[in-house]
Design a protein around this ligand. Sequence first.
Ligand SMILES: [Zn+2]
Length: 500
Amino acid sequence: MNNFKLVISDKNLLKGIPDHVVKSAHLKAKAKKTKGFLFTIDFPSYLPIMQYADNRKLRKDIYTAYNTKASSLMDSKFDNTKNINHILKLKYEMSKLLGYSDISSMLLKTKMAKSSEEVISFLSKLTKKATKSALADIDDINDIAKEFNITKVMPWDMPYLSEKLKKEKFSITDEEIKQYFSINNVLNGLFNICKKIYGLDIHETNASTWHEDVKFFEIFNKKKQLVGKFYLDLYARKEKRGGAWMDEAISKYKFMNEEESPVAYLTCNFTPPSNGKAYLTHDEVITLFHEFGHGLHHLLTEVTEYSISGIKGVEWDAVELPSQFMENYCWEWSVIRDMSYNKKTNTYMPKKLFNNLLESKNFQSGLQTLRQVEFALFDIKLHTEYSPKNRSFMKILNNVRAQVSVINTPTWNKFPHSFSHIFSGGYASAYYSYKWAEVLSADAYSLFEEIGILSKTAGNKFKKEILSKGGSRTAMESFIAFRGRKPKINALLTHHGLTN
Ligand SMILES: [Zn+2]
């Protein structure tokens, strides 16, 4: 990625790209003592070109670079083909040593899904449900393409035309939404939900921390007993790792007669306060709720055996259940309304604005679902079909694309060469987990939709059967104990508008 640089000297070629992106490209060029504008293929540079550059050739050039990176088409010095084959070979050998028929069988042993057949059948079901909607998304794209004199839509036109379509359909901006979500309101809203459904009281308290931005909280149950504590480190700052995550500071355990109550780190990278006030975009509100869901899973555990308390020992494809579950509340008008209250002006976010936001939620959800399925299907098939005699991973990918994709991806698109999730992350034979856990979280939330989104009965049951159990039993046992049956895919499809 670092090896690629594109220098544009004519500013006219950059029409449509937001000013701050152009400016930063100019600064990057300057730092290299070059004239003009320097673009790279890291996300903050790549994405705005794909979304906003009016110049089609520029979009194609940067798309080509991005999608051939780490392959021989970009630079044979950095070709990942050998690495991929080496990693697969070692994993295959390991699976044989342990007596499995293929890599997937080995890796699925510790997952909720029991076999690659089960995963493939789940993904096929999703494909079937999403295709119709994805084709409608393509029709919309083809329609708007005419307005831009594009007769044959190519992959490098998709993000660009999607942005145009989105603007035409919803006309909402982050800035407009942001004014309604002050951080204090959002935290109060979040803590209120915990109070109502789990009977928890959450209070800020003093503690020594590593930075003045960091706050510390204690959680008490109905009997006023201390349940757990957490650090909240919300804002971006220099030299802080990017992204958002929950991590365990102390896990619950019991040793002899000593019991330790759990402590969590909740870390985000939101825009720091200006004039002492911080506001969040809706996406950031979702991020906070998501991480807080992981936090509750860690903090509300009743398992006192260290290695299976909290999130420890929970199957990889089920661990996002509690976090994604919390995200659902960010799409509830009653919750959003209360969180958006402005004391000074005595006003709330207008319902109409919220409805717009809700509509935009499922923009291109068919296409997005198929994209996730394509990656997941490639991953599971690769790790099931691979053997030293069958090493052509591009062939497997091309078959998957032919089977599920509604976009004509060029055969020179070398996506696997930078698919770090499965080659250097923990997602080998597990990329399907994203969608799998979403089925669980949507289906769990549907009980709340049936009997009340702030139902104490449902909340206590969710806490007792899912949040408190850690890895003391299988995720399937926990889910059935909560929902009274095995998970169903319906709620996920409804949430994404994929039911017709
Ligand atoms: Zn998560």
